[in-house]
Every structure is written in structure tokens, then in C-alpha cells.
Design a protein around this ligand. Structure first.
Ligand code: ARG
Length: 459
């Protein structure tokens, strides 16, 4: 091999597609025989040979040879060594261009199924956490400033919603993965009486591609998967950020299970939230992989160009990163303890009730803008004099508005959340409904949807 040849080798990463590649070959050879394109006897020899190849790969006995460049050439060459020249009939009416396209689509379908399942496990962990602390109130933030009290469960279920949309995005991109490219040949179609519908059925695709040139050069489905993955990682990263903040001494809201923290090598008092930090960090490479492929694609004329070989490493890295991160979260969330005393303490802080006091004045007939002004002045007064709102005597309240009555002291974090009792609000009864709805979603779709099940022995 020339000293430069290894620049072109993809074997070390496309090896990963061997199950999908062999599944594609099996379907192809069955189709060729059914259509009388190759003799039945040859087809069954090829099928037996493919079984042997698969066994060799699985047992680590396969003689991988980088000189043969890629997975496809390795398998075909080995097949010929095992069964002789009849192996040469396998590639009838097929090109590596439609072959890699079908391999990647089968792989993406299977991976989408795994991703949906992993997402459900994270959602389940969130729902369990919300249920475990269903009556806890925490401060809700805007601008990272304490804003209004909210139910802890409401906060957790906000993430449930994000992952619910992610689930929808992966389901949705599957609609466009679910198209069979095999049968497109190198670019123009093939001059044999093939049966692409049969191939689609064998390989679990619900339709066949309409344009051979598009089919061999399209990688939109990888971009869509990676865009969904990037969005999902962004959600995981936001949750990570909250875990990092909340587990700090400054917040002190949660404690992570020991397994999900790491000690500092020099500061013995520290338990660092490394898993959450790494998840936040890994989000960067998932964004990068998406942009890597966008950039590979942007200048490519139709149809297949060898640049397309660069579609895989970033994509596989994204798949691995996303699945590993979802897996960490489904393990980390159940071990998270809410420091209930601390959050009760903080959410009882009177400033967070300022909006409720303004709403209280509205209830007494004051226009909202005016009530807001009263409360702004009152809060400023308390801050300047280091006082809590609840500690002021009624006479002091009256200096700001004569509409205040003794019932103003009845306003607490508990009454504040209870008041936000419209759909989507944080009132405990609304959150309880939300939790029930989330549980119902999980019950109805925990498994992998039938159409996403593997044909290549995958999940
Ligand atoms: N290894 C190639 C890839 O990953 C397979 C297709 C090669 N086709 C070709 N005409 N060289 O894209």
C-alpha cells in the first residue's frame, strides 16, 4: 500500500456498521434470487457465507484489512475467500453508494429507537423525583434572581416537557429516515429487474426513495438526527447547570449521590458535580459534529462524493455522547436529594412574595401598575432598613397604601403557589394533574415503537 493510502481508509470507524451492512446484503441477495437475476443456489451459498462472515466478526476472528479501505470491501473480499467466485454475484445491481446509504439509514433507525427509550428513562426519573417531593416549594428564578416561589415538581416537570419535545423530534426525523435507498445503484438506478418494494419490506422500510441521485447523496437524515441530538443535549446541559448551581454551598438545594460527584485532589472538603459538568461540556462536541456535517455537505455537487465518508465519525460520536449522557442522567437523578429545610427557608423569604402582595392590592381594587409601584417602594424601604416584609406592622404598610389589611400577613409561599391555579401554573393541584399526565405518557410509550425495531439484531 502506498504510504499515503491510509488517508483514505474508513474501516476503523465504518466497521461499526457491519450488522446493518450484512442485513442489507442478505436482503439484496434474496431479492436477486427471487427476481431470477442470480441463481437460487448461488444465493443460498452467499447467504451461508454471510452468516460465516458475521460469526467471524462477532467472535473477533475476522481478518480486518485496512488496505481494503472500508467495511464493504472487507466483507466482500472475505466472502470470496470463504465461498469462492460465486461471492462476486452479491454486488450485482448494487453500488457501495446505495449500500452505505442503506447501512446508515438502518443504523439511524435503530439508534433512534434506543434514543427514544433512553429519553423515556430520563423522563421517568424526573417524574419520580417530582413525585417524591411533590409538596416541596423552591424559589423560582428569572435572571438568576429569586423571583417567585414554585413547586419543585413544577420545575422538574418543565424538563419533562423539554424531553417530551425531544422525543417528538426524534420520532419526527424517523419519518424521513424511513426510506429505502438501496436499488439506486451508483447514482442512476440499475439495469436489472429488481424489486425494491421487496427489499424495503425485508429491511423494514415503509417506502422506497423516488430519485436515485438524491438517494445516494442525501445525508439530511443524519443532520436531522444530529440537530435533534444537539437540542436534547442543550436541555441536558441546562439541567446540568442547575444541578451544578443547586449543589453548590451558595444554593445548597440538593445533594448528589456520592457516585455522581468526585473529590478534589487537594481540597478535601469538596464534592464536585463532575458528571453534570462533563455533560454540560460534552454538549459542545455534539453541536460541533452537527456543524461539521453541515459544512461537509454544503459544497457537494450531485451525486456521491468521497467527502461523504466524513459523515460518520461525528455522527457516531454524537450517538455515543447522547446515549451515554442520557444514561448518566437516568442514574444520577434518582440519587438526588432535595434539602427540604433549606429550600423551604429560602422560598419563605418575603421579597419573593412581592408580586403576591401587589396582586393582593389589585384584589382590594388598586390598579396593577399602581400596586406594583407601592410594592417597589415597600421593598426598597425594607431593603434599606434590612427588614422582612412580614415583620412590618400594619401601620407601616399603611404609610405605603391604606388598602392593606391584617389579612396581608396570610400571604406566604404556600398561598402564593396555590394562587397560581390556572392551566400550566404552579398551584399544587395543577402540578398534581401535570404529574398524572406525565405518568400516563410514560405508561403508554415506554418501549421502542414497533417500526423502529432493528432488522439487524439491534434493539
Ligand atoms: N466508504 C464509503 C463511505 O463511507 C462507501 C462508499 C464508497 N463509494 C465509492 N464510490 N468509493 O462513504
Amino acid at each position: 500500500m502506498s504510504q499515503y493510502r491510509d488517508y483514505t481508509v474508513s474501516l476503523h470507524y465504518d466497521q461499526r456498521l457491519y450488522r446493518q451492512d450484512i442485513a442489507g446484503s442478505r436482503a439484496h441477495v434474496r431479492m436477486l434470487a427471487r427476481q431470477g437475476i442470480i441463481p437460487e443456489g448461488d444465493a443460498s451459498e452467499i447467504l451461508t457465507g454471510l452468516d460465516a462472515v458475521e460469526r467471524e466478526i462477532e467472535s473477533g476472528q475476522f481478518p480486518w484489512d485496512p488496505e481494503l479501505e472500508d467495511l464493504h470491501m472487507n466483507i466482500e473480499t472475505r466472502l470470496a475467500q470463504l465461498i469462492g467466485p460465486v461471492a462476486g454475484r452479491l454486488h450485482t445491481g448494487r453500488s457501495r453508494n446505495d449500500q452505505i446509504a442503506v447501512d446508515l439509514r438502518i443504523y439511524t433507525r435503530e439508534t433512534t429507537g434506543e434514543t427514544l427509550q433512553a429519553l423515556r428513562r430520563v423522563q421517568k426519573a424526573l417524574v419520580e423525583l417530582a413525585g417524591r417531593y411533590h409538596d416541596a416549594i423552591i424559589p423560582g428564578y428569572t435572571h438568576l434572581q429569586r423571583a417567585q416561589p414554585v413547586m419543585f415538581a413544577h420545575h422538574m416537570l418543565a424538563y419533562f416537557e423539554m424531553f417530551q419535545r425531544d422525543h417528538g423530534r426524534f420520532r419526527d426525523c424517523f419519518q424521513r429516515v424511513d426510506v429505502l435507498p438501496l436499488g439506486s445503484g451508483a447514482l442512476a438506478g440499475v439495469p436489472y429487474p429488481t424489486d425494491r418494494e421487496f427489499l424495503a419490506g425485508e429491511l423494514g422500510f415503509s417506502r422506497v426513495s423516488a430519485n436515485s441521485m438524491d438517494a445516494v447523496s442525501d445525508r439530511d437524515f443524519l443532520l436531522e438526527f444530529q440537530a435533534a441530538a444537539a437540542t436534547c443535549m442543550m436541555h441536558l446541559s441546562r439541567l446540568s447547570e442547575e444541578i451544578v448551581l443547586w449543589s453548590s454551598r451558595e444554593f445548597g438545594f440538593i445533594t448528589l449521590a456520592e457516585e455522581f460527584t468526585t473529590g478534589s485532589s487537594i481540597m478535601p472538603q469538596k464534592r464536585n458535580p463532575d458528571f453534570a459538568e462533563i455533560a454540560r461540556g460534552k454538549t459542545g462536541r455534539v453541536y460541533g459534529n452537527l456543524f461539521g456535517l453541515f459544512t461537509v455537505m454544503k459544497g457537494l455537487p450531485l451525486t456521491y462524493n468521497r467527502d461523504l465518508q466524513e459523515d460518520k465519525e461525528g455522527f457516531f460520536d454524537t450517538v455515543d455522547t447522547l446515549l451515554a449522557t442520557l444514561n448518566v442522567f437516568q442514574g444520577m437523578l434518582p440519587g438526588l436529594t432535595l434539602n427540604e429545610e433549606r429550600v423551604a427557608d429560602v422560598s419563605g423569604e418575603s421579597y419573593m412574595l412581592a408580586t403576591d402582595l401587589a396582586d393582593y392590592l389589585v384584589g382590594k381594587g388598586v390598579p396593577f401598575r399602581e400596586a406594583h409601584g407601592v410594592m417597589r417602594r415597600l421593598c426598597r424601604y425594607c431593603e434599606d432598613n434590612r427588614l422582612e416584609l412580614q415583620s412590618l406592622p400594619l401601620a407601616k404598610y399603611h404609610e405605603f397604601s391604606n388598602r392593606f389589611d391584617a389579612d396581608v400577613y396570610g400571604i406566604t409561599a404556600v398561598s402564593s403557589v396555590a394562587a397560581r391555579n390556572n392551566p400550566g401554573g404552579t398551584a399544587p393541584n395543577r402540578v398534581a394533574e401535570e404529574l398524572e399526565r406525565a405518568r400516563a405518557v410514560l405508561e403508554s410509550s415506554l418501549g421502542v415503537p414497533q417500526e423502529l425495531k432493528g432488522v439487524a439484531g439491534g434493539s
